[in-house]
Design a protein around this ligand. Structure first.
Ligand code: ATP
Length: 430
């Protein structure tokens, strides 16, 4: 088989409780790498592998194949690195899952709610991966946990610049991650919470409220609890945002990855009944450069419009008249307190809808399509706190004709007229 595809084949025999780590070279020209489990049992980030099935990983993938009992694996192609490590924190992660599962059992018995877990730590410690594992383990034992994605830089659920929630109903696909159906997505607008921390905290509270409402009517969701993935910004307002999140979600458990100071600070500042746990990061987590993060973001947007692997989407391109839409930016530039109109606070300016006059500088910007239209003053107020129904990208602006051309996942007309501008831009190279 190896010869039929013309790829180099390398076999790895893994002892129990070890993992094979490999990375696929990044860049468009790079070759993908295939992986096949030959004997024994193994998993990738909490999802079990089928034997004799070839899994394909594209450029830039960083994968760990972990085995509890021992196994052998073939790699086809030329990974940038591939090695077996005996030193993994997997047992600690599994124990964490076991503890959460105990809490769910207790919740079931005592008619209470299941664990709400917040995963925190600096960038590149494997937060998203730990969330993925804990969620996959939980569904594998029949739970229906919710993933709350607060990482506006590298969202695992929707495009960058958003926060979201997703009910998890099956383990993550080994190659593609969680299947994203009907997520609840809110517009934030940029890739770091710092650009508008008030808005970030507000949206965190919105998600918490929606999740709590769902728990009230859905017993399985309540018992399953949630796993909250956060940003890697853990100082200053970033830290305050974590404390805010813990309080608004009423989290029971905080998992701190590889950051002792953060662990101590949270232990000090959170109520005593919150269990704060320090966990090591995996040596397999690779640091990602700014460039690499940008590429991942671009890829995520491309996926939104064009689909992924076997599933291709065919986006539409059409013209939208300026007069048919209303474009807003959330948050006015801050002004000194002394200059604020009477009765207005900085909070108000950061959550304010500021009308945007369409111009050439709109080109390449992503726009969120709000789920509400700004019919009257009340509706306008609710826009900031309402979910979005999709995204478009402006590909061209004609100020003379007063129209803009957009890339959209659905044909015209746009489902709503209220558009929210993001700082994020996307240049379509297709
Ligand atoms: P960020 O703060 O940027 O969101 P993060 O802390 O959430 O980062 P992850 O996205 O979970 O980090 O992990 C970074 C990369 O490391 C991912 O590509 C992931 O696939 C890879 N990775 C995680 N664990 C391992 C491992 N044990 N072996 C090899 N690669 C791993």
């Amino acid at each position: 088989d190896a010869s039929s595809s013309g790829k180099v084949c390398t076999r790895f025999d893994l002892e129990k409780e070890t993992e094979l780590r490999f990375e696929v070279e990044a860049g468009e020209a790079a070759d993908q790498v295939e992986m096949e489990l030959l004997t024994g049992m193994a998993e990738v980030f909490g999802s079990e592998l089928n034997r004799n099935k070839k899994y394909t990983f594209g450029p830039g993938s960083k994968i760990a194949v972990f085995t509890w009992q021992g196994c052998s694996v073939n790699l086809y192609g030329k990974p940038e690195v591939a090695y077996v490590s005996k030193d993994t924190p997997m047992l600690l992660y599994l124990n964490t899952h076991a503890a959460l599962e105990q809490m769910r059992k207790q919740a079931e018995r005592e008619n209470e709610r299941g664990p709400r877990v917040m995963v925190v730590g600096p960038t590149d410690v494997g937060k998203s991966t730990v969330c993925r594992m804990l969620l996959s383990y939980a569904v594998r034992v029949g739970r229906r946990p919710t993933l709350v994605e607060l990482d506006v830089g590298q969202s695992g659920v929707s495009v960058p610049g958003t926060v979201s929630a997703l009910c998890i109903e099956r383990p993550a696909d080994v190659e593609e991650g969680f299947s994203v159906q009907a997520p609840l997505v809110y517009h934030f607008g940029s890739t770091t919470p710092g650009t508008n921390i008030k808005l970030y905290n507000k949206l965190t509270s919105c998600l918490a409220e929606v999740f709590s409402q769902r728990c009230e009517v859905n017993r399985k969701a309540s018992v399953g609890g949630c796993i909250i993935n956060t940003c890697g910004w853990v100082k200053g307002s970033g830290y305050q945002a974590l404390v805010h999140c813990a309080s608004t979600f009423q989290v029971d458990v905080v998992l701190v990855l590889d950051h002792e100071r953060l662990y101590n600070e949270l232990k000090r500042d959170l109520p005593h009944f919150v269990r704060v746990v320090l966990l090591p990061k995996s040596g397999g987590v690779v640091e990602r450069s700014k460039e690499c993060r940008r590429e991942t973001r671009d890829e995520k947007i491309r996926e939104y419009f064009y689909g992924f692997r076997g599933l291709s989407f065919f986006p539409f391109s059409f013209e939208v008249r300026f007069s048919d839409v209303r474009i807003y930016k959330i948050g006015a530039p801050s002004i000194p307190d002394s200059c604020l109109p009477l009765g207005m606070s900085q909070d108000d300016t950061q959550l304010k809808l500021v009308p945007v006059t369409p111009g050439r500088d709109l080109t390449y910007h992503m726009l969120s399509v709000s789920s509400v239209d700004d019919g009257d003053e009340d509706a306008r107020k609710s826009i900031v706190e309402s979910p979005v129904c999709g995204f478009i990208v402006v590909t061209n602006v004609d100020t003379q004709a007063q129209v803009m051309k957009v890339l959209s996942p659905a044909p015209r007309p746009l489902p709503r007229h209220t558009l929210l501008i993001m700082d994020i831009r996307f240049m379509d190279m297709k």
